[in-house]
Write a protein that binds this ligand. Structure first.
Ligand SMILES: CC(C)(C)c1nc(N2CCN(c3ncccn3)CC2)c2cc(C(N)=O)c(N)nc2n1
Length: 327
């Protein structure tokens, strides 16, 4: 194929694949089967390899994780990603509720949500386009894993509104994908992952994005770090807005009018936990009003307006060379 023709074909494929990618990742309504998409992508990768002079960072090939990185760039979070205080029983939750009501009075409602057991990440959007994704790291400095996060299909590349937004979420590996991955690794005589959280973290820390792309990772977004171009007054409103924008939020969250309803929700999910298709390690409880969150503020490292109720570790039976251990 001569130079002129190759350039034409590359530009044509880039446009076509961007359209298909937008349909698949944002509209979730692909107009071509995956096999056709993959075939066109393969053709473009080949053509671009033969014509490095036509390289373009915003080619669709950059989405499927072309270049293997030597290291991850450091990223400073504009709004630090805090950690959470823990509660281990009902009394801890009642103590938390008392502290909150001492701070803001008795007219307080909570939002309770499942605590997804994965890896906390932050996604940055400018003009409604996904520009960068990073690990939580130590809460202030994380690692740029944009290329790996691009392989998570539930991360929208373009939002419904052109907002500048930093959104937080938990990337995770569904239980079924974890079981399949470990079964494959066992066949290959490779070391197994201990749990889905380690498998998700290990996958997102791969320098070769093609490996992350093969791990069927997913994400639930749970909060906003920074939001320009729109305003919300409460946490339940921000969750609703995030799903309007095209994000995947966890549908099990519940607005609770008092701590008794929170305790009921916590006990309910402690029972239903094994039936979920993903792992959770507890429940996160947040004061719903953003104004009251502001009033309550933070301790040295945790918000006073949120707490994580931790479930006891699940009974796991580990077969170790035929010896049954209950750990
Ligand atoms: C925005 C706040 C601070 C209230 C907050 N912080 C969270 N986390 C902080 C601690 N994180 C953390 N991670 C590693 C080491 C220390 N802390 C991991 C995220 C939340 C995690 C989940 C979840 N997992 O499903 C959730 N539904 N809501 C959260 N909300």
């Amino acid at each position: 194929m001569n130079e002129e023709h190759a350039k034409e074909r590359i530009l044509e494929l880039r446009e076509l694949l961007e359209k298909y990618n937008y349909e698949y990742h944002v509209l979730d309504k692909p107009s071509v089967p995956d096999a056709e998409y993959d075939q066109l992508m393969k053709e473009l990768i080949e053509l671009e390899n033969n014509h490095p002079e036509l390289h373009d960072d915003h080619s669709p090939t950059s989405r499927v994780g072309g270049a293997i990185l030597d290291f991850f760039e450091k990223v400073e979070h504009t709004v630090p990603m805090l950690s959470l205080g823990n509660a281990f029983n009902d009394q801890d939750l009642r103590d938390f509720d008392r502290r909150v009501r001492d701070g803001v009075g008795d007219n307080v409602t909570y939002v309770a949500e499942l605590k997804i057991d994965g890896l906390a990440v932050s996604l940055l959007y400018e003009d409604g386009r996904f520009v960068r994704g990073a690990t939580r790291g130590d809460g202030t400095i994380g690692e740029d894993i944009t290329n790996n996060l691009k392989t998570i299909r539930s991360i929208p590349f373009r939002l419904k509104d052109p907002v500048r937004l930093e959104v937080r979420g938990e990337a995770f590996m569904p239980k079924k994908s974890f079981q399949k991955l470990n079964a494959h690794r066992e066949e290959e005589g490779q070391e197994l992952f201990a749990n889905p959280r380690n498998a998700a973290a290990g996958s997102l820390r791969q320098l070769d994005p093609k490996i992350a792309a093969s791990r069927n990772l997913d994400i639930f977004v749970y909060g906003v770090g920074k939001l320009e171009g729109h305003s919300v007054d409460s946490h339940d409103e921000s969750l609703t807005y995030l799903s309007h924008l095209g994000f995947k939020t966890n549908a099990e969250w519940k607005k609770c009018d008092n701590i008794d309803e929170v305790i009921e929700y916590v006990n309910g999910w402690q029972e239903k936990r094994p039936d979920l298709p993903y792992e959770i390690d507890g429940i996160v409880i947040k004061v719903n009003s953003l104004y009251q969150q502001e009033e309550l503020g933070f301790t040295a490292k945790n918000p006073r307006w949120a707490i994580a109720y931790k479930f006891p570790a699940e009974e796991v039976v580990t077969k170790l060379e035929g010896i049954e251990l209950n750990v």
